[in-house]
Design a protein around this ligand. Structure first.
Ligand code: AMP
Length: 284
């Protein structure tokens, strides 16, 4: 594995891989690597890609400076973890390399308007502008053939897919399933901030989602059920939604077919998100 920190080196290695006839697979992360990230790397390796993993805590996607300063950072461990996971190029760019103007605004922002304004976008204004802008830049520098994103951040996956479609990026976006611990909790870098008791309470997110998935009820009842179950576990709910998988708009009670249930809730001040696929039955 080679470790790189400048845009120049990073662009050059990706170019050489393409010149050698290889496909470059990008796994974009904010570091604090865990097995969820490793599952994306595995998927890229299964496809035979040269795997480039970027680890960059992107300040432009944090609306709350305290959240940014508390975000876990484990750079040395990440390098070892990436090596052990089978990454070919570990890119850990400095802030100056990625956003030379920061903290002043860059003049160019990519915004996937309506998809970025709902769900996570409500409590985190500007979050998806930051995400779309950094992903566009990662694509511009890397020129990947495929980019791997986890369904864990379902809204992000939908936003990135839409950006790729609207701006005609020549990248296949590969959505990868959520990697969970044995107790059902979705792996997340933020879990490191939970106490053992908080971690126990975090199980309620997946519990509520499973209950909603299996409820066989109209969407509004499934939303109410999730809100109640999260409240019963003493979690502060940011949202508990059932949405259309493409538009991310709340589905109506007469909707049927595939949908997505998503929750965001605070445990010990840590904002956690999770989601599951659900199938809404035709109701007679
Ligand atoms: P992050 O470092 O949290 O920004 O995540 C980087 C990428 O890893 C994103 O595409 C996430 O959706 C994905 N990811 C994070 N956690 C998981 C997980 N538990 N299972 C699958 N993918 C994940």
């Amino acid at each position: 594995m080679e470790t790189l920190s400048t845009v120049r080196q990073w662009r050059a290695v990706a170019q050489s891989a393409r010149d050698a006839g290889r496909r470059v697979g990008l796994v974009a992360t904010m570091g604090a690597l865990h097995d969820g990230h490793a599952s994306l790397v595995r998927r890229a390796r299964e496809n035979g890609d040269v795997v480039l993993l970027s680890a960059f805590v992107n300040p432009r996607q944090f609306s709350d400076p305290a959240d940014l300063s508390r975000y876990p950072r484990t750079p040395e461990r990440d390098e070892e973890f990436a090596r052990a996971s089978g990454v070919d190029f570990f890119v850990s760019p400095t802030l100056e390399e990625m956003w030379p103007d920061f903290p002043a605004a860059t003049l160019t922002t990519v915004s996937v308007h309506e998809l970025g304004d709902v769900l996570e976008g409500v409590g985190r204004p500007g979050h998806f502008d930051g995400v779309a802008s950094v992903v566009a830049k990662l694509f511009a520098v890397t020129g990947p053939c495929r980019a791997y994103f986890g369904e864990k951040d379902f809204q992000q996956l939908v936003v990135v897919r839409r950006m790729v479609r609207d701006l005609a990026f020549d990248v296949e976006v590969v959505g990868c399933p959520i990697h969970r611990d044995a107790d059902g909790v979705a792996l997340s870098s933020r879990n490191a901030r939970l106490s053992p008791a908080g971690r126990e309470r975090a199980r309620a997110l997946y519990g509520a989602l499973r209950a909603a998935r299996d409820a066989g009820a109209p969407a509004s009842e499934r939303r109410a059920l999730m809100t109640r179950l999260l409240g019963d576990a003493d979690l502060e709910v940011a949202y508990a939604e059932v949405v259309d998988v493409d538009t991310l708009r709340a589905v109506r009670d007469d909707a049927h077919g595939p949908a997505r249930a998503l929750v965001a809730a605070f445990v010990e001040g840590v904002r956690l998100i999770d989601n599951v696929a659900i199938e809404l039955e035709t109701r007679s």
